[in-house]
Design a protein around this ligand. Structure first.
Ligand code: AMP
Length: 249
């Protein structure tokens, strides 16, 4: 079974992001970039499926600038077999990304496509669902357990009230939640080996996809600075403030 994993290059989760002076977006100059954490979980799940003998090949794909090859090499070091970069320097919205992923799906014909549930830069949480709509594949989002059984995949989903398990006909799309697994670290020998694994670079044009945006970002603002808290001397004072100042009791 071939598994396709979509990974996104994002600002590292440890970085405190700064908004550009002209409010047009987040300042990416000299900022550490990494693989989106939910995509690391997606790669890990694919590698585990291969270790179990369920998956035979893992292809990772990213859509982004040439520098996104770094994240593809990381995925190759974690256990993916080959990688595809759809190179675009533009900031693409989810629909454009989903259309490009659909073109890659048509070319690669994977049985399972694994994506993160959301990218931590824009928190969109929509690419997997859009890909599901465009391909017509069954989708299991927010997965905390994935079990392939014959021509079906059972996906346990984290929903508000608890857990829901759905059986999807393959080919299917799964998006990963935080508790699906704990991603491994790449070992040094595997990082070295990854340098020799195949990495193809294609353009959106070559895939026949127009990436014209349907969404325009008007403004990006940092959250308002929070004012400092105060220390109260007694419970009575706390109650008085909650009642008369905060008016919450
Ligand atoms: P989003 O819908 O933007 O929150 O992203 C959800 C998931 O879609 C990510 O975790 C990735 O698996 C995939 N994805 C989003 N953008 C890209 C991209 N530029 N390249 C590859 N995969 C992406």
């Amino acid at each position: 079974m071939k598994v396709l994993v979509a990974v996104k290059r994002v600002v590292d989760y440890n970085v405190k992001v700064r908004v550009k002076a002209d409010n047009s977006g987040v300042d990416l100059a000299n900022v550490k970039m990494s693989m989106n954490p939910f995509c690391e979980i997606a790669v890990e799940e694919a590698v585990r499926l291969k270790e179990k003998g369920v998956a035979s090949e893992i292809v990772v794909v990213t859509i982004g600038p040439n520098t996104a090859q770094e994240q593809l090499r990381t995925a190759l070091a974690l256990g993916a077999d080959r990688a595809i970069l759809v190179e675009s320097a533009d900031e693409l919205n989810s629909l454009a990304v989903a259309k490009l992923l659909k073109a890659v799906v048509e070319k690669e014909q994977p049985q399972l496509v694994i994506l993160g549930k959301q990218a931590i830069d824009s928190d969109n949480n929509q690419t997997g669902q859009m890909l599901g709509a465009l391909t017509g594949y069954a989708q299991g989002t927010f997965a905390s357990k994935v079990e392939v059984a014959g021509d079906k995949v059972n996906v346990t989903r984290e929903i508000d009230g608890g857990l829901q398990t759905v059986a999807l006909n393959l080919p299917a799309i799964v998006t990963t939640d935080l508790r699906l697994n704990e991603p491994r670290y790449a070992s040094l020998p595997n990082i070295m080996k990854a340098k020799k694994k195949p990495l193809d670079v294609v353009t959106p044009d070559a895939l026949g996809v127009s990436t014209a945006s349907t969404v325009k970002t008007l403004k990006v603002e940092a959250p308002a600075a929070r004012s400092a808290g105060i220390k109260v001397k007694s419970v009575a004072e706390l109650v008085e403030k909650l009642k008369n100042e905060a008016k919450v009791i």
